[in-house]
Design a protein around this ligand. Structure first.
Ligand code: FMN
Length: 371
């Protein structure tokens, strides 16, 4: 039997059994995927430090020494300043537009919020990310993954406590900087991916980043559009050490995503996952909704930069959620949503993907794989 193509350097170096990484905001998904042999990465942006600490402890209790991580958004381009200065940068035209969203669509004003961690709609996102990062390092979480900016600044500090540093990139030049800095894993995230996404497709980006990382200690994961075993096999064939996935976990049994959104995910086609800057100021691929449509309609202003856009729309979005205006509610989701056919346990998603990838390799090579 030929060597098992699913046993990649990711498996060797991190001790996972299969090269599948799951990004999710629900801790139960992280535990399920990690215990099924993959690696779960918890989305930690927006969590207050104490909450993050208790989530890490909860996960650790259930996965033991298996590898898991936490992802934080640390954007590189960000308008900085105190809340007052930033508020004064929001044009009246934008405030009027948001006010008209409230009045024209009966979106109620939300209740005042309690203290929470810095989210993509807060002016202190960077400070919040730094506080959360301190928690990760104190807790010696096995993996810190950085969405948006380069995590090079924390490499030394993280390695001292045994935390591996991963960076998400959407462009070859971002990847080059991170390879040069010695980041442990680069997640090459294509245009089709859910959440913040760039302009270069996965099929174009991944081989280019793999070439850049050749001969270095940096591993590359493919992200964006991955929903089945053929994608996994394709990613490995392109030289990636595994796949990083987001959308496929949203409709799993363990996911805390609301049921009507899960249903919408099951029914959605690839083209229903649209990019919009309306929520954070950076392009987020998400399920199309009245929210994304409103910002693309004639007369709508161009969304502002991060964090101004998030500050502008934070309240109206809370109003939408509190009133549970389903047509206006959405979730980040990638074109891979077309591969979400049913709600099932997260472990089953892992096993199905592995089985399909093995079958695919067997068909290609005529040799048995794994077993
Ligand atoms: C609901 C959702 C929320 C996301 N939030 C983040 C985030 O907070 N930080 C981050 O680095 N990536 C985030 N992403 C992007 C994922 O990490 C991942 O790169 C992406 O989902 C991969 O593409 P796929 O959705 O086609 O699998 C999010 C994705 C989804 C679907």
């Amino acid at each position: 039997m030929a060597g098992d193509p699913l046993q990649t350097r990711l498996c060797e170096e991190y001790g996972c059994e299969v090269p599948i990484v799951a990004f999710a905001h629900t801790r139960d998904v992280i535990v399920a995927v990690t215990n099924a042999g993959g690696i779960g990465i918890l989305g930690g942006t927006g969590m207050a430090p104490d909450k993050l600490r208790s989530e890490i402890a909860w996960i650790r209790e259930r996965v033991g020494d298996r590898p898991f991580g936490v992802d934080l958004l640390v954007p590189a381009s960000f308008v900085e300043g105190n809340r007052e200065d930033l508020e004064s940068m929001i044009p009246q035209e934008h405030r009027d537009f948001v006010e008209s969203l409230h009045t024209d669509n009966d979106i109620p004003k939300p209740k005042p919020i309690q203290a929470q961690g810095a989210s993509i709609s807060s002016p202190n996102l960077l400070q919040g990310a730094r506080e959360a990062l301190d928690v990760l390092l104190e807790e010696r979480v096995p993996i810190f993954a950085s969405g948006l900016g380069s995590p090079a600044f924390v490499l030394e500090e993280a390695h001292e406590v045994g935390t591996k540093v991963w960076g998400l990139v959407g462009l070859p030049r971002q990847a080059r900087r991170q390879v040069e800095a010695g980041v442990d894993v680069i997640v090459a995230q294509g245009y089709d991916s859910g959440g913040h996404s760039g302009t270069v497709g996965t099929f174009t980006l991944v081989p280019e980043v793999v070439e850049m990382a050749e001969g270095t200690d940096t591993l590359v994961l493919a992200a964006g559009g991955v929903s089945n075993g053929k994608h996994l096999a394709g990613a490995l064939a392109m030289g990636a050490a595994g796949v990083w996935t987001g959308t496929i976990w949203l409709a799993t049994h363990e996911s805390e995503t609301q049921m009507f959104i899960k249903q919408r995910l099951v029914e959605a086609q690839a083209e229903d996952a649209v990019q919009s800057r309306a929520t954070s100021g950076k392009p987020i691929r998400q399920l199309r909704s009245k929210w994304s449509d409103a910002w693309k309609a004639d007369g709508a202003p161009e969304p502002l930069q991060m964090p101004l856009q998030g500050m502008l729309v934070g309240e109206v979005q809370r109003g939408i959620r509190e009133a549970r205006m389903e047509d206006w509610m959405t979730t980040p989701a990638g074109q891979s949503v077309v591969g979400v056919h049913e709600m099932k346990p997260a472990a089953e998603v892992v096993f199905d993907m592995v089985e399909e990838a093995q079958d695919h390799f067997e068909q290609l090579t005529g040799e048995p794989v794994g077993a």
